[in-house]
Design a protein. Sequence first.
Length: 76
Amino acid sequence: MRVTVEAYSGHRANERPCRFVLDGRAYDVLEIVDRWYGPDAEYFKVKAEDRNFYILRYDSFGDEWDLRAYRSGVEG
């Protein structure tokens, strides 16, 4: 699922996500929980302001972000 991401750009473009928009709602990233590199993209597991966890994927070749997974932060 495509998402719009505002990312911090330091030494390089789109270094890490700071905020993202999903289904018309904006979420601030509170914490980057994990980060890893795949053969074709970078992945970020983030905790958003709604206390839920999201895995965002950044394809630097296509300059595109998408949502790969979601998990509720609320134990039930």
